[in-house]
Design a protein around this ligand. Sequence first.
Ligand code: ARG
Length: 489
Amino acid sequence: MDSEAKPVAAVPNAAASSAAAPNPADSEGMKLWGGRFDGSTDPVMEQFNASMSYDKAMWKQDIQGSIAYAKALHKANLLTEEESTNIIAGLEVVKSEWASETFLIQPGDEDIHTANERRLKEIVGDVGGKVHTGRSRNDQVAVDMRLWLREHISLLVPHLIKLLQVFIERAKKEKTILMPGYTHLQRAQPIRWSHWLLSHVWPIVMDLKRLQSLYLRVNICPLGSGALAGNPFRIYREGLAKELGFQEVTRNSLHAVGDRDFVVEYMFWASLLSIHLSRLAEDLILFSTSEFGFVKLSDAYATGSSLMPQKKNPDSLELIRGKAGTMAGNLCGFLMVLKGLPSTYNKDLQEDKVKMFETASTMLGILQVAAGTVATLTVNENACREALSEEMLATDVAYYLVKKGMAFRNAHGKAGEVVKLSEELGCPLSELTLDQLTKISPLFAEDISSVWNYEHSVEQYEATGGTALSSVNTQITEAEDFINTFTLQ
Ligand code: ARG
């Protein structure tokens, strides 16, 4: 094997082989788990094993969990009043250091749990070591993640609501604008621009409902499950859960420490929402081309080209579309981490945070940029209307005949003949004479002229969910009611 291709694990343990080489983690006794170790950890392994660089994001939740656990230990008579007070005061100091960005991370700090405990012991002395009684980092990390995700979900909600409001406000102001509706990206039937806007509201309403439901499964307390077997000190888990604002406790300790379903569910949720917004982005990218010209992005959400001075690129939308791929990648990547794991905790699970944090921060970015882009674009009413063409009324010709009593299948055929004739003659549908039309069907009469009207076309779709004005108004009212009554719990 050539030397460059050596796997990381083959790097020699420099610290172990040379007494002169100082290694901050030399003293394995310093580690939370160092008692049974004689040799020191390989420096590359030390780095490979550490999660501090990213799980420090959970400093607040880690302290929150420890404070609640210290209280529970006191209630279970494992800490005296004084010990518990000292520990909690010490944890408050650690918390203030993180909050003021003065917490000093030491080279031996493996993860946020070991770092906080190390610092606590420096502040309160050996009594700090009692906070981990009956607890393992396995139930600790699980509770930290659930607390963190719960908070993140609460943070997401106003952004989702804001995005809905942006669509609804535009729909309210721009009800009268008509545009082509597309299937297969081919002109299909006239629709209201407001109906298109609202079509992006309803998937997000469903996403909010999905979030509400997954929140229940995040909001379950695993603390008190120990490493895997449970808690031997009669910790009152239900009280602990209540103290931390959880709705219930996990029912099986083996399951509790190995369960990351809530992370997967959140990442699926984020992927689906991102795909909804990718569809919005793709629509708007097309609509903003010179060929369509329906919308123009504001300068705040577009960028220029370093070479072509005339360019205004829809980067905001392209990034939303692109990041939807990253989100799905995170979900698949983490599912692959889980696949093949045996029960309970395995270190593979440490990968969960990398994916969860990236997904969460990307999601916040996507939501804000989507709201900003949609709120600030301008719609070109004339371009939308000019893109309407009379062949888009062919379905209406069929409906005209249906209303005169013809079976829809036959009416579809007759309307097809009308379109064919107009193509042959090279004239729009509305310029065909009544004489020409009645040769196709005797049911055609003077009132066919009312069909050559795009307003008339859209106003037919009055049934719930259609593009008629009355339906658009109902959608607006219903979406607003949803927003006004939405709560996570
Ligand atoms: N940093 C670890 C993680 O994120 C914490 C749990 C460690 N547990 C253990 N048994 N080594 O997964």
